[in-house]
Design a protein around this ligand. Structure first.
Ligand code: ASP
Length: 413
């Protein structure tokens, strides 16, 4: 009998994790098998995430610097920049439109009243986040002492420094070829280590899913059922139909081909709820399975993991309309436009970590005068919804890489 491929092992790990999680859920948290099982799955799951985070920063740093340097050789830097940013914006706008249209049509929260959730809201204090302050903070966060950014795993700041380094390397030409070579070797060796870590992925993913499924309170989903259905179905529509459809239209690559190549990263994103922790796996799938050139993937994927979040953008917009319904406020068209653009900004500003979208959502609510404390209502279901939106966030980065490669393909040799 042939040993299943890693891709298959990861899928089996995910299924096993969900199955055991459901079983543990049935036994109840007090059961001795469950407490030992949860201890072990927490240990293994956290170790897997630790390993991914360990390689994250060197990987982002080297892949961007090397990617930019090599793009310059092909005179492609400008085209790649522009098409990446345009495509990120385009797909996020579609995602938000979907989320808002479905929310306006199905009106989740319309029959409920915010007072029902008074208890949850009382124990929650929302931090104020006016739009202007958010914008200033975001801009200041871009440029940070690179040593501090590297040590703090501040991905966006590392991306910015590595971009500049990449451009400087090329400006310097021959003079800095040793440094470029060194970074290229460091990138290669980091990807090699990622390969080792991936051998543990089936166990890590099974463990993370056991913990997730067995500790969730599914009953709470039913209180917010219409909202959950609106978010889940529009996120799925975006991830399963729209994004692969656009990819097919531009590149003629079949969605099945994409799923097969992207599966490892999509499952890891689902299990970790973190685009950043998934980034090493996303890079691996994009370059090795989807055959995107490292210079393109090296630029698009790390940047996308921090600023391109279709799932988060959709969620933030839908959640704002849901809360408006709860409060009984009818948003005007102008206010809906404000929600549209702030949701986009809030998702760009959200770091790729679990529940980050909930933090930046305060800004979306405040921009149209909705009560920020209402976020407390969504917190109990956030961990579950975060799985799907992170998966679509990561999918968007991989699809953008494939599309950008096609759009700039002719001239790269
Ligand atoms: N968890 C998401 C991510 O890492 C961000 C969010 O929406 O909370 O992509």
């Amino acid at each position: 009998m042939r040993f299943p491929s890693l891709n298959m092992q990861i899928l089996l790990g995910a299924l096993l994790g969900v199955g055991v999680g459901v079983y543990f859920h049935g036994l109840g948290a007090q059961h001795p098998t469950v407490s030992t099982g949860l201890y072990l799955s927490n240990l293994v799951g956290t170790l897997f995430i630790d390993l991914l985070k360990m390689v994250l920063v060197p990987l982002v740093f080297c892949s961007i610097a090397v990617g930019i340097a090599n793009l310059r050789k092909h005179q492609q830097i400008h085209k790649v920049w522009v098409s990446t940013l345009l495509f990120f914006t385009f797909t996020m706008m579609i995602a938000i439109t979907l989320g808002m249209a479905a929310s306006l049509y199905f009106k989740p929260g319309a029959g409920l009243h915010i007072d029902m959730f008074a208890n949850a809201m009382q124990s929650f204090e929302a931090k104020q986040m006016p739009l202007s302050e958010f914008f200033t903070q975001f801009l200041h966060g871009l440029f940070v002492n690179p040593f501090k950014a590297l040590a703090d795993a501040n991905v966006l700041a590392v991306v910015m420094f590595a971009l500049m380094l990449g451009v400087a390397l090329i400006m310097g030409g021959e003079r800095y070829q040793h440094l470029l070579k060194l970074l290229e070797e460091a990138l290669e060796i980091t990807m090699h280590i990622v390969g080792w870590i991936m051998r543990l992925a089936p166990f890590g993913i099974a463990a993370l899913l056991i913990k997730l499924v067995s500790t969730q309170d599914f009953a709470i989903l039913s209180t917010l059922l219409t909202f959950v259905l609106v978010v889940v179905s529009t996120t799925l529509l975006h991830g399963v139909v729209i994004l692969p459809g656009i990819m097919y239209a531009v590149t003629r690559k079949s969605p099945l081909w994409f799923w097969r190549g992207a599966r490892e990263a999509l499952i890891t994103a689902f299990a970790t709820s973190s685009s950043s922790a998934t980034l090493p796996v996303t890079m691996r799938c994009t370059t090795q399975h989807l055959h995107v050139k490292p210079e393109i993937a090296g630029f698009v994927v790390p940047l996308g993991a921090t600023i391109n979040m279709d799932g988060t953008a959709l969620y933030e917009a839908a959640a704002a309309l849901f809360i408006a319904n709860l409060v009984g406020v009818e948003l005007t068209f102008a206010q809906q436009l404000v929600v549209f653009f702030t949701a986009m900004l809030a998702s760009v500003g959200a770091p790729g970590i679990p529940s980050a979208g909930m933090v930046t959502m305060v800004m979306v609510l405040q921009s149209v005068g909705l009560p920020a404390e209402a976020i407390a209502i969504l917190l109990p279901i956030d961990r579950l919804l975060d799985t799907l939106r992170t998966t679509v966030n990561v999918e968007g980065d991989m699809i953008t890489s494939v599309v950008v490669q096609k759009m700039t393909a002719e001239k790269i040799t």
